[in-house]
Design a protein around this ligand. Sequence first.
Ligand code: TRP
Length: 446
Amino acid sequence: MTVRVLTGITTTGTLHLGNYVGAVRRAIAASREPGAESFFFMADYHALIKCDEPDRIEASRLQIAATWLAAGLDTRRVTFYRQSDIPEIPELTWLLTCVTSKGQMNRAHAYKASVDANVAAGEDPDAGITMGLYSYPILMAADILMFNAHRVPVGKDQAQHIEMARDVAQRFNHTFGKGEDFFVLPEASIDQEMELLPGLDGRKMSKSYDNVIPLFEGGAKALREAIARIVTDSRLPGEPKETEGSHLVQIYDAFATPAQRQAFRDALHNGLSWGEAKQQLFDVIDAEIGPMRARYDELMAHPERIEEILMEGAAKARAIAGPLLQRCREAVGLRRFQVLSAPGAVTTKVKAQVPTFKQYREADGQFYFKLLAADGTLLLQSLGLAQGKDAGQWVSRLKREGQAALADAPVVREGDEAALLAALDALVAAEAQAAADKAAAAQSNG
Ligand code: TRP
């Protein structure tokens, strides 16, 4: 089976060397592997959430598209498009919005962080928070589910969004699927390397730390200048240098062969000056990205070529999105008018009586569980627990003791209280039944 891999890049600003090493280069390499089917897109609707400067949005989408192409993306193999060229995505977003619980969105890290910052500043909790920010995870779920992606390579900070996309997919499948699934449940693939490339000061390379090395912007000159600003210790030329833990060495490694890495370390241990080390670092980086920079400049001078490539990408993407969206529209009841099949037969759905617990781990390293009603509605959401086994023990206690365990449990109640209590009763009954079955089986065996 081919694995569908999908990832989006928010188009605010330009890409730096850390983005190249962590995302672009890896994604392009992965897309060349046999058995992979890749979807890469510019998340320009997401960009609007963070940025209200039209010129910046315009520049960023063009620059980021040119970057991917210059870095060697093969658009015959990969579906490469702009989110905003796919009208099916915002349409699906709405269908998903209608099955997403507000409580779950309240817990989205990005939203929560903004609320916390407001509260800390003594402001109204929702000051300056748009519905775009609030609904961000639903748009992202639509990006992913629209193409039935199996794997979503993202940074750690995005792991929660993938978990949310899974929940929303499950809810939609459950509510409207009638046994058939619309959406694949996506998995995040989080590569530590995405976090790894350090910036000038040794912290993770990030615009927000102002410690980035540019990729193509400013040309070789800007690359050289940024490298000159990498912070090192004050050991003099001739003195042996510590390479372990040096971020300059770490950046070097990201572009070097194993033999080069060893030689670089040896030279530093033998007293290579930091100035010369920086020259070697420049050389090794520029050997890789220099040729790409030339292609980048060429593409930037011919935006119409990029436009054409992206319109082809959009057509490929829409050929997949269109039919799936059509099925979803049908499923929710947005159908062509026809004589109603059997009006008397329109009944409220009888819900199956099996609530379920889900246990998982989040990017913060903590363990969580939640209780979902048979229809997928979220009923209970745990707080973060340090130990996986604590989550497991709470789940079994809630199954055994039901409502009785609720008061002490580290959980937040969601949704309808009556539904929650009914679900807990159903769990206790099921647990008792299972115990009775087991006892009976043991007896008949013994
Ligand atoms: N939110 C992602 C980020 O900021 C970008 C993004 C948007 C994305 N839609 C996506 C990533 C879908 C993966 C899949 O990094």
